[in-house]
Ligand binder design. Structure first.
Ligand code: C2E
Ligand code: CA
Ligand code: CA
Length: 591
């Protein structure tokens, strides 16, 4: 029989039951499970607690009776999860057969429910296997979450905090300073001569410089300080308890020395320098953006001055507030005109199942050609619109136009839906959901075919508003896609909390995907996570067949991108669908 045990690990089970006969019976059945099982037994809450708390003990699975003589077995749940393992499978074993009790026990955190009256060797063996599989699934998911959280908050090259984490720590520091007056400094650091090294000696040399300098600065700073890499050769530091120019400049001088020490790479000595800008809180106020902006401006001033003097760090004094630039103002004016003239177009980009070729849906993307300046990039247009009073009208114009077009095409689309991008700030508008529902109804579109895309940062920035809006939309049958996923998330809890129809991996990850191991493992983790949550994952920015093949091999099968099809004018969609189905339909038939 020994071969049955090969490859499966030994299992330590705990039975908690005050009835000797029942315990014996379960024990006998467990012995018949084709695995090596050792069983510990407890006849009361108190005895069970002793075993759970024993630091030497370890259990892989717990069978728990509710009615113990010294209390309800369910009271032990928190302790079991805390002391043994948060993911340990706990199987309820009771004399009841009531379905309500089964449901309640699952709700109260049990993994499964066994009725004492229907215990059989098969049932018990199955519950052991399922319990162990359940634990593995939970652990995989937890690990994937932890890894993704770490990645999402750190720069892959230097492993320093990234922009997102820096922003988070900065806003905490601002809140603390406001509350208790704790002063701090923000320092922006930009390397000098880095670009020359990178260009002339290659990326490996550039990477070595960044890694070495990141480590030197991190080692010098105190635990309470934060040093982040914001991107390129730009670093930012948050210095706690720095109350004036003098102490800030002392740190700047020390960091400059560290940066200027030569770096050995590939038998060469590399020399870089740095320009620094500093802003102090509370001297320059409590606004995170304001402090960063001021430090940034000071840094540029240092950079300009660096050519002339030895002054490498500049402290911001803060008077100049940025005013709206004239060209932004005229841009807004032109957008307003374009809206009146309905001069915007939406191009459609298909989203397909990359194995079968089935068309799953389309995303509408705005296009605008400025009368004098030519085509305007969609994100630039949207950024301006979002900061203006035009946002609401623009959103409703988008919904009206795109849904109108979709209504005309829908019959020929074979169930493929339409995705519309929505700006985060729309979540704050009171009439938003009503308007969406109304637009869908007016055009006679099936709400189940409509998906709104919201960026992940929107959900994080306005979690409670987002939750409310999403629930209301869901009540009306409209679902939600999380766009640009992976760019700024800090927690996955909301994925479970929000009813999410799909997740779109940020296209920057997909673009670097075939070369970057980091991005590949990010995708692998996301596939695991989405699998566990049962949410489809979509890769956008799929530009070539290699990327497509790798994604499919990793289990990410939905894709969108130039490599599949570029966004096209609405008028072309029908023809495209026909042509596509003619080539891929056949393939599907064969598959
Ligand atoms: P997004 O929602 O992430 O849209 C995908 C963007 O990726 C589109 O850029 C699309 O043209 C582009 N793209 C598609 N396939 C590929 C590819 O294989 N490689 C590369 N490099 N890019 C690809 P686009 O149209 O410039 O839109 C940029 C952003 O502007 C969108 O990003 C979205 O956030 C926003 N946007 C576009 N249309 C609207 C709209 O009607 N309303 C709102 N609120 N935002 C919009
Ligand atoms: Ca989108
Ligand atoms: Ca996107």
């Amino acid at each position: 029989m020994d071969h049955l045990h090969n490859g499966t690990q030994d299992i330590h089970a705990l039975i908690v039951d005050d009835d000797d006969v029942d315990r014996e019976k379960l024990l006998r059945l467990l012995r018949r499970v084709p695995r090596n099982i050792t069983v510990a037994q407890a006849a009361s809450q108190a005895e069970a607690l002793g075993m759970i708390r024993d630091p030497q003990a370890h259990f892989d699975i717990v069978f728990l009776d509710f009615g113990l003589k010294d209390g309800d077995g369910r009271d032990l749940l928190p302790e079991i999860r805390a002391e043994i393992d948060p993911d340990v499978p706990i199987i309820a074993v009771t004399g009841h057969t009531d379905e309500q009790i089964a449901a309640d026990s699952i709700k109260s955190g049990m993994t499964e429910f066994l009725s004492k009256r229907s215990l059989s060797p098969e049932r018990v063996a199955a519950s052991v296997e399922e319990g162990i599989a359940w634990r593995k699934y939970r652990q995989d998911m937890r690990r994937a979450e932890e890894e993704l959280t770490h990645r999402s908050l750190h720069d892959p090259l230097t492993d320093l905090p990234n922009r997102t984490l820096f922003a988070d720590r900065l806003s905490q520091a601002c809140a603390r300073a406001r509350r208790s007056g704790d002063p701090f400094a923000v320092m922006m650091i930009d390397l000098d001569r880095f670009k020359e090294i990178n260009d002339s000696l290659g990326h490996a040399a550039g990477d070595a410089v960044l890694i070495t300098l990141g480590r030197r600065m991190r080692e010098h700073l105190r635990e309470v300080d934060t040093i982040a890499r914001l991107g390129g050769d730009e670093f930012a530091v948050l210095l706690q308890n720095v109350d004036g120019d003098e102490s800030a400049l002392a740190v700047a001088t020390k960091l400059t020395e560290l940066i200027e020490q030569p770096i050995v790479h590939d038998g060469r000595l590399l020399y870089v320098g740095a320009s620094m800008g500093i802003s102090l809180c509370p001297q320059l106020g409590y606004s995170p953006e304001g402090l960063v902006e001021a430090a940034d401006e000071a840094m540029y001033e240092a950079k300009r001055g660096a050519k002339r003097s030895t002054e490498k760090a500049v402290i911001a004094r803060g008077e100049q507030r940025r005013t709206v630039r004239a060209d932004e103002r005229t841009m807004l004016h032109d957008i307003e005109d374009a809206m009146g003239a309905r001069a915007f177009n939406w191009h459609w980009q298909p989203k397909v199942d990359m194995r079968s070729g089935q068309v799953l849906g389309f995303e509408a993307l705005v296009r605008w050609t400025h009368p004098d300046n030519g085509p305007v990039a969609a994100d630039a247009l949207i950024e301006t619109v979002e900061q203006s009073h035009l946002l609401e009208d623009f959103t409703y114009l988008t919904l009206d136009t795109v849904l109108g077009q979709y209504a005309r095409l829908e019959p020929g689309l074979d169930g493929a839906g339409i995705s519309i991008n929505v700006s985060a700030r729309m979540l704050e508008r009171p009439g938003f959901v009503g308007h969406v529902v109304e637009a869908i109804r007016t055009h006679g579109v099936d709400p189940a075919h409509v998906v709104l895309e919201l960026t992940e940062t929107a959900l994080i920035a306005h979690p409670s508003q987002a939750k409310r809006v999403i629930e209301q939309l869901q009540d009306h049958g409209v679902s939600l896609s999380i766009d640009d996923f992976g760019a700024g998330f800090t927690s996955f809890g909301y994925l479970r909390e929000f009813a999410v129809r799909e997740i779109k991996i940020d296209r920057s990850y997909i673009a670097r995907f075939t070369e970057s191991r980091f991005d590949q493992s990010l995708v692998t983790s996301l596939v695991v996570l989405c699998d566990c949550l049962g949410i489809p994952l979509v890769a956008e920015g799929v530009e070539n067949p290699e990327t497509q093949a790798m994604l499919v091999a990793m289990g990410c099968t939905c894709g969108q991108g130039y490599g599949i099809c570029r966004p096209m004018p609405y008028e072309d969609v029908r023809g495209w669908v026909d042509g596509w189905n003619a080539t891929h339909g056949e393939q599907r038939m064969r598959a």
